[in-house]
Each structure stands twice: as C-alpha cells, then as structure tokens.
Design a binder for this molecule. Structure first.
Ligand code: ADP
Ligand code: MG
Length: 343
C-alpha cells in the first residue's frame, strides 16, 4: 500500500476528508456527531450540547499580508470559527489560538494580530483561554478552535431539511469574492508601479466583506426570538452552490434556487460588471461571505417574513428532482459545486 501514490488533486478536499474519516466512526456515546458538519456535537449531559470546531488560515493561501492588515486577520480568524458555531444554531463561548511565526514578525506585529482577536472576542462575547506558539519557516499559520453550546431542542444539523422547506440566506452574497478581486487587482497595479495609490474608493463594503467578515450570531438570536429552529443549516464559506449541495446531500433532498432572489449588494454588482464577471457566478462559486444558509418549515417561514436579514431563495424538492438554479430567463441549470479546491 505504501507504494501506491494517489495525487491529492484527484480526491479534492472533500474526497480526502471522507477517505481519512472512514476509520474514525465515533465510538463514544457522548459523540453525537463527529466529522461531517460545521461542528462536532458532544453530549456531556445536561440541557445543552457542546459544539467544537477548528479552522486554519495559512499565509499565501488564505490571506496575503500585502493587503491584509494583521488586525483584520486576527478578527477574521475568530469570526470564521464563530461562524461554524452559528451554523449549528449555537452560542460561541471559548477559543484557543495556535500560531506559527517566522522571525520576519516583530512583537508589535503579533500584538496587532492579537488586537484584532481581542476586538472579535468582545464582539462575539468569547474568552480566549489558551493556544500554542511555534516557529514557521514558510509564513504565518493561524489555527483557532472554538467551543460553544446549543440547547438540545435548538440544534441545526446539515441533515434535517424536508421537501417543501423554504431555503433562506442571511445578508448578501458575492461581496467577499469581489472584494478579493479588487484587492488583487490593486496589488498587481502597485507591484508594477509602487508610486500609484490604490484605487479602492467606494469599495469599502466589499473590501470589508473580504478582510473583516462578520459571523451571523445576530441571526441565531433573531431565530430564537422568532421561536424558529431551522431544519438544516450551514455557513457559507465556499460559495452558495457548494453549501446547497452539502445541505441536499446530508438531508437527502433536492432544491431549486431562484436566481432573481439571491441577495446581492449594489457595490458587489457594480464591481462584477467592472470585472466582466457574472454576479450570479460570484455568489454561487465565490467564497468567504460567512452568511448562514438554512431551511425552515413553510409555517415557520411566516414568522421570519419581516426579518431584514433573511431572504428566501428557494425550496426543497424530492431528491430525484435534483438541485438546480431557476435562472432570470426561466432556464433550469443543474448546480455544480466548484467552491475552492485547495489542491
Ligand atoms: P467548514 O467549511 O464548515 O469549516 P470543512 O469543509 O472544513 O468545514 O470540513 C468538513 C468536515 O470535515 C468538518 O466536520 C471538519 O471537522 C472535518 N475535517 C476537515 N479536515 C479534517 C481533518 N484533516 N481531519 C479530520 N476531520 C476533518
Ligand atoms: Mg462551516
């Protein structure tokens, strides 16, 4: 077996995780959910369940220090972890932070990174309670783990959607991807002529969407206030298409999404036009919006109708009807998840 060589790219990220996960079927009665959802779900007794998730950010892969301020990076690293707790309809409580640093960083630079984490800890009301520090020879690596809690009757897995449930999304989509396109373009301009100032005026919203995303803990609160528990939920880290496929696969349903319903910010739309990109493609396959995507029973949707942060974009179908986009001109396009293939 050691002689075999399978290229990582041939499996892709999810294929690899599936293959690695096989021998790790949970054996403990406390493990309600292991690999495969936004968080692992653990039952240590009592009213609530414990949630845990971990996410890593790698320099040159997930961020570029040429345009990503360290303070924003610290904030983002916490927010993306908190987002996975929100995706289970839970409340974040504690984080640990592990960093690998090269001597390229000064103490002040590392403090700047931690200042961003501190702001996020305050925003999301979590305590930083530990971590690990080590050396890196190839750029900054930042790994955060988050622990949270959710009531047993409130938890939302990826797997509970039923036919006729309404598919909803929070906020707007595509902005983070278009913010990244702007930053990349200005970096290239700067590299070819360092005297040119970056031209980012009017783009604050999408730049912020990329550099300092917000985890939708506010919507978890809104759902609770409305007395609604989503039948399934996931956060949008890899683009709408990929996350829709995850909900469908885990819930064994099909879905139709209406292109005209997908919420888009006007700066994002204008920027897509500037770059000659199709805005719907940006929402489907761009990443890092960290909005929540969830399904609710039709009667529960009525209770959310007036929420300014929630948009219905489709509904669940029997699995055999497939997963497709109803386009502006009335065509049905089968959805393919592109997401981000890390390899
Ligand atoms: P998310 O996008 O919500 O952060 P991922 O797509 O990163 O989730 O991961 C999907 C699932 O696979 C999660 O349950 C995660 O804990 C698990 N997972 C990812 N990488 C590994 C790994 N190297 N070993 C074990 N489990 C992993
Ligand atoms: Mg997630």
């Amino acid at each position: 077996m050691m002689n075999e060589r399978t290229e990582l790219a041939s499996l892709g990220e999810f294929g690899l995780i599936d293959r690695l996960a096989k021998p790790f079927e949970p054996a403990l009665p406390e493990t309600l959910r292991g690999i495969g959802d936004d968080c692992a779900v653990l039952d240590y007794g009592g009213e609530s369940l414990t949630l845990i998730s971990t996410d890593m950010l790698v320099e040159g892969v997930h961020f570029d220090l040429a345009y990503c301020p360290l303070k924003h990076l610290g904030y983002k690293a916490v927010a993306v972890n908190v987002s996975d707790i929100a995706a289970m309809n839970g409340t974040p409580l504690h984080i640990t932070v592990s960093i690998a640093l090269s001597n390229r960083f000064s103490v002040e630079a590392v403090e700047e990174l931690y200042a961003g984490m501190q702001v996020a800890c305050k925003d999301y009301k979590v305590d930083l309670v530990g971590g690990d520090t080590t050396t890196s020879r190839s750029g900054l690596v930042l790994s955060i783990s988050v622990l949270g809690r959710v009531g047993k009757d409130k938890i939302a897995y990826r797997s509970g959607a039923n036919v006729h449930d309404v598919l909803c999304v929070t906020g707007d989509l595509g902005g983070a991807y278009l913010g990244l396109q702007m930053l990349e373009r200005e970096k290239q301009v700067f590299l070819s002529n360092p005297t040119v100032q970056p031209e980012l005026s009017g783009k604050d919203y999408i730049i912020q969407r990329q550099l300092k995303p917000i985890a939708r803990t506010d919507v978890v609160f809104d759902l609770q206030e409305a007395g609604v528990v989503p039948t399934s939920m996931i956060d949008i880290s890899d683009g709408l298409a990929s996350e829709v496929m995850h909900l469908c696969k885990n819930s064994k349903v099909g879905m139709v999404i209406f292109e005209e319903k997908i919420p888009v910010d006007e700066t994002a739309l204008a920027t897509a036009q500037e770059f000659n990109l199709d805005i719907t493609t940006c929402t489907l396959n761009g990443g890092e919006d960290y909005e929540l995507l969830f399904t609710v029973r039709p009667q529960d949707f009525e209770k959310l109708r007036n929420s300014p942060h929630i948009t219905p974009i489709g509904y669940c179908l029997p699995a055999e009807q497939g997963i497709f986009l109803h386009t502006l001109n009335g065509n049905h396009i089968s959805l393919q998840a592109q997401g981000w293939n890390h390899f």
